[in-house]
Design a protein around this ligand. Structure first.
Ligand code: AGP
Length: 611
C-alpha cells in the first residue's frame, strides 16, 4: 500500500527519488522519506504528511549520493509521524518496505532479547535489524538479505542500501510487487513500473519470493531457494505521462471529464464498428478462454470495482442468461466458495494490485479454475496472473476516488456479457447489432451527461450541509446507488448509504426525515413505476428526493422530487454508464463545497496492497 523507489546511479539521486515518489503518492501519503549514503554513512530525510513537506527538506539537505531509496507511506503499524516514516535504519542498513510483516512481534521480541533497540512502532524496522544483524555476524549483504527475508511471514517489497557499499542496492518481494528498472549505467527499484517509467523503459518484474542484488552495471536475481535465476526484461511504454491536472482544479474532475474518451477507447477494444459485433479483444491474452466451457460467472473485486462487478452480474444473467454472482474479495476468500470447473472467475480491478483481489485470484488458480480480469493496468500483477485479460483503457487514474476506471469497467463488463450471450445463443445477431450501436453512442451520451455539472454544483450547496444521505436504486441501478454513496463518503466524509429501493421499507425508511436527502437513481425502465412508488414513500415522510432519471422518468415522477437531474434517454440496460456520472459530479461538488482534499482523501490510498 506504500510506494517504494530506489536509484543507483553516478549522479546525485535525492531529487529524482522525490520526483519518483510524486508518481507513487497515490499509494499513500501519510509520510514520505528518502535515505542516501552520504560520505559512506546512511543519511535519512523524512517528513510526516504529504510529499511537499519532504520536498523542501530534501532540497535543503543538499544530498550528493548516487545511491538512495525513497518511500511514501500508508500507515499500517504505528502512527503516521516522522519517527515511523520510512526509510528505517539499523546499523549500516536502510530499508523501505511495502506490505505487512505478520510475525514482526515475535521477530522484534527475539531481536530485542539479542540486544537490539527499536526506534519505531513499525513492523518494517524489524527487517532493517535482521539484515544488519547478518552483516555484524560477517555475512555478505546478499546473504544477510536472504537470511532476513527467510524469517519474514507476510507481504513485503523491499529496497535496501548498505553503508560502505556505494555500488549496491538490493531488493526482495513476496506478496507485494517490485520491479527492477534497467538503465544505462543505472539501476532502479520500484513498487510498480510507473515509478521507474520516466527513468527507463526496460523493466524486470520480480516473481514471488525473488531477491535481487544490483550494481550499476550488473544484476543478479535469486529465487526463494537462493539460486540465481534469469527473469525476462520487458519493454514498457512511456508511461511517465499523465501526472498533470491540465486546466482542471483536481485530478478527479479531469478524470470525470475524460470519461467520453476513456469509454470510447475501451468500447473500441470490444465493438467492431463496421461489422457491429461485440467480442472479446483479440490482442495477446485477450481471448485466451473458451467461452463454450463457461456456464457460470463468479465476479470478485473490492470497492468501486466490486460495484461494477455487481452491475455486471445483472448483465450476465439478463443478457447472457448465465448464472452470475459478485463477491467482495476480502469475504470471498474466507467463505470457502464452492466453484465448478466450468465457472469463469472474473476479477475486476483498476490497479491490478489490490491484495484482497489478488488473494482471491490465488485461491481460484490453486483450484485450477479459469480466470480472467477486467483490469486497467496491463502490466499489473493481476493482469499477468490470469488466463485472459479484458482490458479497460481508461488511462492512468490518479484521483483516489475512482471515476473513469469505473465507467470503463462497466463498458468492458457489458461487452463481455454481450459476447458471452452471443456465444451461448442468448443474444441474437440483431440484438448484438443493437447493443453494438448503443455501446458506440456511449461516448457522445457521456459528453451530454457531463453538461449536468453546473446543476450538480448547485444541488451540492444544500447537500454539503447534510449529516447523512441515502442513495436508492433498483435492479442494475442498485449498484450505482452503492457507488454514489461510496463516492460521497470517501471524498466529502458525509455519511452515506446505498440501498435497493425496495428494501427501504424493511428498515432504512426509519432514517427518512427532512434533514436526510435521498438520492434516487431511476432512469426509465420496466421497474420505474415501482421506483416511483418508493419515491412517494419517501416524499410523504418529508424526505427530500433528488431524482436522477431520464426525461420520461422525471415527467412520471411529477412534483414529488425536490430536485431532478435528467440523463439522456437510452437502452435502460446501458443506462448505468450514464447514470453514475451525476453521482460522481455531486460527490465532487460536495467535497469542493466542504473544502475537502478531493484527490487525496483522508485515510485512503489509491492502491490497497495489504489485506
Ligand atoms: C474507489 O473510489 C476506491 N478508492 C476503492 O474502492 C477502489 O475501487 C478499491 O480499492 C479497488 O481498487 P482496484 O480497482 O484498484 O482493485
Amino acid at each position: 500500500m506504500c510506494g517504494i523507489i530506489g536509484i543507483l546511479s553516478d549522479e546525485p539521486v535525492a531529487l529524482r527519488l522525490v520526483e519518483a515518489l510524486r508518481r507513487l503518492e497515490y499509494r499513500g501519503y501519510d509520510s514520505a522519506g528518502v535515505a542516501t549514503l552520504e560520505a559512506g554513512g546512511v543519511t535519512r530525510v523524512r517528513a510526516p504528511g504529504k510529499l511537499i513537506n519532504l520536498d523542501d527538506k530534501v532540497r535543503a539537505a543538499r544530498l550528493e549520493s548516487g545511491v538512495g531509496v525513497g518511500h511514501t507511506r500508508w500507515a499500517t503499524h504505528g502512527e503516521a509521524n516522522e519517527i515511523n516514516a520510512h526509510p528505517h535504519a539499523s546499523g549500516r542498513v536502510a530499508i523501505v518496505h511495502n506490505g505487512i510483516i505478520e510475525n514482526f512481534r515475535d521477530l522484534r521480541l527475539a531481536l530485542e532479547a539479542r540486544g537490539r533497540r527499536f526506534d519505531t512502532q513499525t513492523d518494517s524496522e524489524t527487517i532493517a535489524h535482521l539484515i544488519d544483524e547478518g552483516l555484524t555476524e560477517g555475512l555478505t549483504p546478499r546473504d544477510a538479505l536472504l537470511r532476513a527475508v527467510r524469517q519474514l511471514k507476510g507481504a513485503y517489497a523491499l529496497a535496501v542500501i548498505v553503508e560502505g557499499e556505494e555500488d549496491l542496492m538490493m531488493g526482495a518481494r513476496q506478496g507485494s510487487p517490485l520491479v527492477i528498472g534497467v538503465g544505462r549505467g543505472e539501476m532502479f527499484l520500484g513498487s510498480d513500473a510507473l515509478a521507474v517509467g520516466p527513468f527507463t523503459s526496460q523493466v524486470i518484474y520480480l516473481e514471488e519470493g525473488d531477491a535481487c542484488v544490483l550494481h550499476r552495471g550488473s544484476r543478479s536475481i535469486f529465487n526463494t531457494a537462493g539460486e540465481e535465476v534469469q527473469r525476462p526484461v520487458t519493454q514498457i511504454d512511456a508511461i511517465a505521462a499523465a501526472v498533470d491536472k491540465g486546466n482542471y482544479r483536481h485530478f478527479m474532475l479531469k478524470e470525470i471529464h475524460e470519461q467520453p474518451d476513456s469509454a470510447s477507447r475501451t468500447i473500441a477494444a470490444y465493438v467492431d464498428a463496421i461489422e457491429e459485433t461485440v467480442g472479446l479483444p483479440d490482442r495477446p491474452g485477450g481471448g485466451a478462454i473458451d467461452l463454450a466451457k463457461v456456464d457460470r460467472v463468479q465476479i470478485v473485486a473490492c470497492g468501486t470495482a466490486y460495484y461494477a462487478g455487481l452491475a455486471a452480474a445483472y448483465w450476465f444473467e439478463r443478457i447472457a442468461r448465465v448464472p452470475a454472482t459478485a463477491d467482495i474479495a476480502s469475504e470471498f476468500r474466507y467463505r470457502s466458495p464452492v466453484l465448478s470447473p466450468t465457472t469463469l472467475c472474473l476479477f475486476v480491478s483498476q490497479s491490478g494490485e489490490t491484495a484482497d483481489t489478488r488473494a482471491a485470484l490465488d485461491l481460484c488458480r490453486s483450484q485450477g479454475l479459469t480466470t480472467a480480469a477486467v483490469v486497467n493496468v496491463p502490466t499489473s500483477s493481476i493482469a499477468r496472473e490470469v488466463d485472459a485479460v479484458f482490458p479497460t483503457l481508461a488511462g492512468t487514474e490518479i484521483g483516489v476516488a475512482s471515476t473513469k476506471a469505473f465507467t470503463a469497467q462497466l463498458c468492458a463488463l457489458l461487452s463481455v456479457a454481450i459476447a458471452l450471450g452471443r456465444h451461448r445463443g442468448a443474444v441474437s445477431r440483431d440484438r448484438e447489432r443493437a447493443f453494438a450501436r448503443s455501446m458506440m453512442e456511449r461516448p457522445r451520451l457521456l459528453s451530454e451527461t457531463l453538461k449536468l455539472e453546473a446543476e450538480t454544483a448547485d444541488i451540492a450547496i444544500d447537500l454539503s450541509r447534510a449529516r447523512d444521505v441515502l442513495y436508492l436504486g433498483r435492479g442494475v441501478f442498485y449498484p450505482m446507488a452503492l457507488e454514489g454513496a461510496l463516492k460521497l463518503k470517501e471524498i466529502s466524509y458525509i455519511h452515506a448509504e446505498g440501498y435497493a429501493s425496495g428494501e427501504l421499507k424493511h428498515g432504512p425508511i426509519a432514517l427518512v426525515d427532512d434533514a436526510t436527502p435521498v438520492i434516487m437513481v431511476a432512469p426509465a425502465d420496466e421497474l420505474l413505476d415501482k421506483s416511483l412508488s418508493n419515491l412517494e414513500e419517501v416524499a410523504t415522510r418529508r424526505g427530500k428526493v433528488i431524482l436522477i432519471s431520464t426525461a420520461d422518468g422525471v415527467t412520471s415522477a411529477g412534483p414529488s422530487p425536490a430536485r431532478t437531474l435528467v440523463v439522456p434517454d437510452c437502452d435502460p440496460l446501458l443506462a448505468p454508464i450514464l447514470a453514475v456520472v451525476p453521482l460522481q459530479l455531486l460527490a465532487y461538488a460536495v467535497a469542493v463545497e466542504k473544502g475537502a482534499d478531493v484527490d487525496q482523501p483522508r485515510n485512503l490510498a489509491k492502491s490497497v496492497t495489504v489485506e
